[in-house]
Design a protein around this ligand. Structure first.
Ligand SMILES: [Zn+2]
Length: 102
């Protein structure tokens, strides 16, 4: 998918259409040793009981990761307003194999 580097788009801060620069957001990996990650693991039914169960020393692979990896990823674009300089996220990602800023 080809995305233009600049798009005229609605800015919720200026409350009008403005020229916006398009960025691809940097992926941030969740740390495996944070307290929040253990809470999330507990919601999934993992990391119950005493000890770290090998989960936090070696990450467990989920089922879809082992068998059919998805070849396309959802886009995560950010739009920076040229008037106020604030950044707006893309409301919903689009599945695509390749993302290119033109
Ligand atoms: Zn703005």
């Amino acid at each position: 998918m080809k995305v233009p580097k600049q798009i005229k788009r609605y800015c919720p801060f200026c409350k009008k259409h403005a020229l916006m620069k398009v960025f691809i957001s940097k992926k941030k990996n969740r740390s495996a040793l944070k307290r929040g990650s253990k809470q999330r693991a507990k919601l999934r039914g993992e990391n119950r009981g005493a000890g770290n169960k090998g989960r936090f020393s070696k990450p467990a692979l989920s089922a879809w990761k082992r068998y059919n990896k998805k070849s396309s990823k959802k886009t995560d674009l950010r739009y920076k307003c040229s008037v106020c300089g604030k950044t707006v996220c893309q409301p919903e990602g689009i599945r695509t194999k390749r993302l290119e800023l033109v």
